[in-house]
Design a protein around this ligand. Structure first.
Ligand code: ZN
Length: 463
């Protein structure tokens, strides 16, 4: 039995169904789950650990729904800086072909450290390239040392260039092995229970890097075990053209034909979707990981994610990357989502003739996508808000800082409107991941040094 008590916050944002915000609030967590949320005076006065949150705002932990941790090793690669997705991928595939198990371990910890410091408590990752003896186990073990919840995707590529795919043949895998390894990982690691720290997801990479057969087999295997499915979809115009050319279908149509729509599926991006396709997402319960920074970085377009939310589609946020972001700050991504929604609203308003402009996304709406939205996308009813019975996952920020000076008229909105900060506390299942602004379980300078060394070797092909 272990208990932790947080008291005296400046403001506690519950994100519960009533969207209650409690000035002077706190909460009491027992064995990883929230037992009580409310005014400090109503909470127990003793616990194994007591944190005084005076001057801090407390929010539910942010949930990241799309990422490629290994790409932290290939940020800002010069030849991949100023190109669209397909050329970006073709530039990076041969570099990624040199990845080693140790690279996966180091990059996983780097990405999770950044995520944790930006308020993220649950991260989904999509690893789809497995050269040189790499397995998803390398990532899972490295993540276990940090303590964030992980939805680890067993990604895959099976359609090499010689068969009409985009990736070079040297980085694709045998389909029989992909499915066998997927099954092994589910049986070895997947925990579907409330409070789960690790879940396995099956995630063929994209329509242009796997066969339709692998998509169907992966869906069948995932449904046999009750695990979720994830892939990139409708990210760019090039992808749409590819699907139309190869299959005569638009990307979403293709997914429907491959049994890839449903409550257990979420797609990264969905930039190029029309209103009928959005309706299909709503009808089938299919979710979306919106990745605004990556979409801007690669000039992919602006996803109609406000339309999706209004249509009842489950939408979460993803930092994506890290070679297309090139960072892992989920608080920053929340800000980007709000700002990009406003760019789109402005464009739509300008195209109307005198009928008024669409309303602007608020900071609280953006935070809702990053918390409740992400939980819905990952199928986690135990996450996303601070209320009795949910996981004790939260972050807290000290409001007394340069970035928020003059912005405390509305501290919750300041988190999104003002420059993104690193958080002062990050707690997952009642355990401290970040305390007083520092990661509890990591020697950061040592990690950065090892990471830079690994990145140099990977990109330049030498030590
Ligand atoms: Zn991606």
């Amino acid at each position: 039995m272990s208990t932790i008590l947080l008291r005296n916050s400046a403001l506690l944002v519950t994100m519960d169904d009533l969207r209650q915000e409690i000035p002077g609030g706190g909460l009491f967590i027992r064995d990883g789950f929230i037992e009580q949320v409310g005014l400090t005076k109503e909470l127990p006065d003793s616990a194994d650990e007591i944190l005084d949150m005076t001057g801090h705002v407390i929010l539910p932990g942010l949930i990241n729904t799309h990422h490629h941790f290994y790409q932290t090793l290939t940020r800002v690669v010069p030849a991949a800086q100023n190109v669209y997705l397909f050329q970006w991928l073709k530039t990076l595939y041969p570099i990624w072909a040199r990845l080693t198990p140790e690279d996966i371990q180091i990059s996983t910890q780097t990405a999770l450290a950044e995520l944790a410091l930006s308020g993220c408590t649950t991260a989904s990752d999509h690893l789809y390239i497995f050269p040189n003896g790499i397995s998803l186990d390398d990532e899972i073990h490295a993540a276990g040392e940090i303590g964030l919840r992980l939805h680890a995707s067993r990604g895959s590529m099976s359609l090499g260039a010689s068969n009409g795919g985009l990736p070079p043949d040297q980085v694709v895998e045998d389909e029989t092995f992909i499915l066998k390894d997927s099954q092994r990982l589910i049986e070895q690691y997947h925990d579907p229970n409330p409070g789960s720290m690790i879940q396995i997801v099956l995630a063929p990479c994209s329509p242009f890097s796997v066969t339709p057969g692998l998509m169907r087999s992966s869906a069948a295997l995932a449904r046999e075990y009750g695990v979720h499915l994830h892939t990139h979809l409708a990210e760019t115009q090039d992808e749409e053209n590819y699907c139309l050319e190869k299959s005569g279908r638009r990307p979403v149509e293709l997914m429907e034909a491959l049994t890839w729509l449903g409550n257990d599926v979420w797609f990264a991006h969905s930039v190029h979707v029309n209103l009928d396709e959005i309706k299909l997402y709503t009808k089938t319960g299919t979710g979306v990981a919106h990745c605004p920074t990556s979409n801007m970085r690669l000039a992919s377009g602006i996803a109609p994610f406000v339309d999706m939310i209004q249509a009842g589609v489950k939408v979460g946020l993803g930092v994506d990357g890290s070679a297309s972001n090139d960072g892992s700050s989920l608080l920053e991504e929340t800000r980007q989502a709000m700002l990009l929604a406003r760019v789109r609203a402005g464009l739509l308003g300008a195209s109307k003739s005198g009928n008024g402009s669409p309303s602007l996304m608020t900071a609280r709406q953006a935070l809702e996508i990053a918390t409740r939205g992400g939980a819905a996308v990952l199928g986690r009813s135990d996450l996303g808000s601070l209320e009795k019975g949910k996981c004790g996952d939260l972050f807290a920020v000290n409001l007394d800082r340069l970035e928020y000076a003059g912005g405390l008229h509305d501290p919750v909105s300041a988190l999104v409107f003002c420059a993104p900060v690193t958080v002062d506390y990050n707690i997952v299942g009642g355990k401290l991941i970040v305390k007083e602004g520092h990661l509890v379980s990591l020697d950061l300078p040592d990690l950065v040094e090892r990471h830079n060394r690994a990145a140099w070797r990977l990109v330049n092909g030498e030590d």
